[in-house]
Design a protein around this ligand. Structure first.
Ligand SMILES: [Zn+2]
Length: 312
């Protein structure tokens, strides 16, 4: 995506938020008299946004402090809405021609030098948070492929990852390497995506098969359901490597448009946590920009478009 396009999209988002906030503000100022002491609490942000676009559905809001309170709440609401847009822009939808396909990396000119870090098998206690901290310090957005049953065990960790603006993919419910018929694959994948959406609001269209196995029924089902099956071009082998060699593995295979496989869960990931700051520093030095998988694929589409225009 070009800078201009991103700016325009952002501006469009801001205009929507502004209109929503202004409408909401007016309603907030006009309504509180009727709603005083209803004792109801404010609905969550998403419900509020819906309520704004459908005024007839506007839910009463508890109002103990009269108009002043209403105004304060409206201001807080618009601030929250802007913040949540900032967070969700990384969950952008994928280019439609990539749905139902399998990718190992994006085709990008070397001048773009963008790379996507991906973390599998979480959410996981301690290491997921440590990796979030490292990414935040470096102002990097990454992509996390979750195992449904771990998300079920650690829902708060999952919410933290999404709140930090990272992209999310589906990595099955049980993370097994067995063969699946269609019903079995559906259970593994659908259940995980439902939980992701239920807990975080993210509708993921990314799928990564456990162990990278493409022929046991899971990837076939995912493609049928129009997921993009996301493999990788640089394997850290962090599950079996020492800190130094997992770092070398990533740096040796790093490329423009590349997708790096690492793990934040599924076992002891202390070595990954230890290597990550160095990996980031070295890649930055080489001029790499860090993007999410959806962003990487968008860049590829954008480049293809530019090439088509140039050919004409
Ligand atoms: Zn895995």
């Amino acid at each position: 995506m070009t800078k201009l396009k991103r700016l325009l999209r952002r501006r469009k988002n801001l205009i929507v938020v502004f209109v929503a906030a202004a409408t909401s503000f007016l309603l907030g100022v006009m309504l509180p008299v009727n709603l005083r002491a209803t004792g109801r609490t404010a609905p969550p942000i998403q419900a509020q946004v819906l309520a704004v676009s459908q005024p007839s559905e506007q839910k009463p809001i508890a109002n103990a402090n009269g108009i002043k309170g209403a105004i304060a709440r409206r201001v807080e609401f618009s601030q929250k809405a802007i913040a949540s847009l900032d967070e969700t822009r990384f969950q952008s939808s994928l280019p439609s021609q990539l749905k139902g396909t399998t990718i190992r990396q994006a085709k990008l000119d070397s001048q773009h030098k963008a790379i996507a870090l991906t973390f599998d098998d979480g959410p996981w206690p301690k290491t997921t948070t440590q990796i979030l901290d490292i990414l935040k310090k470096n102002n990097i957005k990454a992509t996390f492929f979750w195992v449904g049953r771990y998300l079920h065990t650690y829902p708060e960790l999952g919410k933290q990852v999404v709140a930090a603006g990272h992209a999310i993919g589906n990595h099955t419910w049980n993370h097994q390497y067995i063969k699946y018929n269609e019903d079995g694959a559906a259970r593994e994948i659908d259940r995980t995506s439902s939980l992701i959406e239920e807990l975080t609001g993210v509708k993921t269209t990314l799928f990564r098969p456990p162990g990278g196995i493409l022929n046991n029924g899971l990837a076939a089902y995912a493609q049928k359901k129009k997921y993009t099956v996301v493999m990788w071009s640089a394997d850290s082998l962090d599950w079996r490597s020492a800190t130094q060699s997992l770092m070398d593995n990533v740096l040796r295979q790093a490329s423009s448009g590349g997708i790096v496989l690492m793990h934040d869960g599924g076992g002891n990931r202390a070595k990954t946590v230890q290597a990550l700051p160095n990996i980031i520093a070295r890649l930055k030095k080489q001029g790499y920009k860090f993007v999410t998988v959806p962003e990487l694929l968008e860049m590829q589409e954008e480049q293809l478009k530019q090439q088509k225009i140039a050919k004409k």
